[in-house]
Design a binder for this molecule. Structure first.
Ligand SMILES: [Zn+2]
Length: 321
């Protein structure tokens, strides 16, 4: 390993931590500690409309109650817009991002015309309408009148040549692009791959309402914070190829990835804030941690152990390398 291990937990303040989010928090903390690394906390409040006031403080308190203390002051994505704008500007300057005024209905109409029924989690792959318009001589991406539109990544340009991507040998060892597919390795799930251009299309980097997209913010922050290892819930696995794609476009290093098992609700669905998962009861932190540890295949800590003793035992027992 080159750089010192730096991991992070990145909750969205859309609800308090629940049993599922504690598994991801605990796993990222244990992985950092077992590698003698640093553990950071980043509040992912880039989509401010979805975030609830005060929940960031509640989440930080829940983590502290469970003995999970960040090694540096937490950062808030809502205060880092200038970093995201710089990244977007770099992509635009290199012809890798373009403005898009399409509404959902426009996209649907264009896809219907092309005879594409392709769906992805209910959302349709962007047909590239504004990308095509861009090549007309009248277009000028630097014009101020583009201020109120969305910005998308050009996945076709990247697929044919890798303009901004000075790939380091270490990076080339962990992921690669072959036949337009991103190949990457997950420490638990093994080899993964995705054709971002075909399966996702030109995804949004900044929305028309001025909000930066999760994908861009995460990639910029992970690099800016020197994150070497991303440990997060398996529900986010699907984002990884897009994030590696963006890292390449921006010439940023690719961290290692580990996606942790999800906690399922009684209905067999992933436990989430959306399906009413209960907030963690941190008046009994050891019990909450025991459940999270069991989900990660760790042995039960002694009931008489303190939170610190239990955590130390699990650091010693952490086997995912
Ligand atoms: Zn468009």
């Amino acid at each position: 390993m080159g750089a010192r291990y730096t991991g992070r937990f990145a909750p969205s303040p859309t609800g308090p931590l629940h049993a599922g989010s504690l598994v991801a928090a605990l796993a990222s903390w244990l992985d950092a500690k077992s590698h003698d690394g640093e553990w950071l906390v980043r509040i992912e409040d880039v989509d401010s409309a979805r975030c609830l006031a005060g929940l960031d403080r509640i989440i930080l308190q829940q983590l502290a109650d469970c003995g999970l203390h960040p090694d540096a002051p937490p950062v808030w994505q809502s205060q880092r817009s200038s970093l995201y704008q710089q990244a977007l500007d770099a992509l635009v300057a290199n012809g890798l991002a373009y403005p898009c005024r399409c509404s959902r209905k426009d996209i649907q109409t264009a896809l219907d015309r092309l005879g594409h029924g392709h769906t992805r989690h209910g959302e349709r792959v962007y047909p590239g309408t504004c990308r095509t318009a861009l090549s007309s001589p009248a277009s000028d991406v630097s014009a101020a009148h583009w201020s109120a539109c969305a910005w998308r990544l050009r996945t076709d340009v990247y697929a044919s040549n890798r303009p901004l991507a000075p790939v380091s040998p270490a990076q080339a060892a962990t992921d690669s692009v072959a036949n337009h597919r991103i190949h990457w390795h997950d420490r638990r799930l093994g080899q993964q791959q995705q054709d971002v251009q075909q399966e996702v299309g030109d995804f949004v980097l900044k929305r028309a309402d001025g909000c930066f997209a999760y994908q861009l913010a995460v990639v910029v922050d992970d690099a800016a914070q020197g994150v070497t290892d991303v440990v997060r819930g398996e529900d986010l696995t699907d984002n990884t190829a897009r994030q590696i794609f963006l890292q390449h476009c921006l010439g940023l290093p690719t961290p290692r990835y580990l996606h942790t098992p999800l906690v399922l609700g009684a209905d067999g669905q992933k436990l989430s804030k959306q399906n009413g998962a209960l907030a963690l009861d941190t008046s009994a932190p050891l019990l909450m941690l025991q459940r999270a540890a069991a989900c990660l295949g760790l042995p039960e800590a002694d009931d008489s152990a303190s939170v610190g003793e239990a955590l130390a035992g699990w650091v010693r027992g952490w086997r995912i390398t």
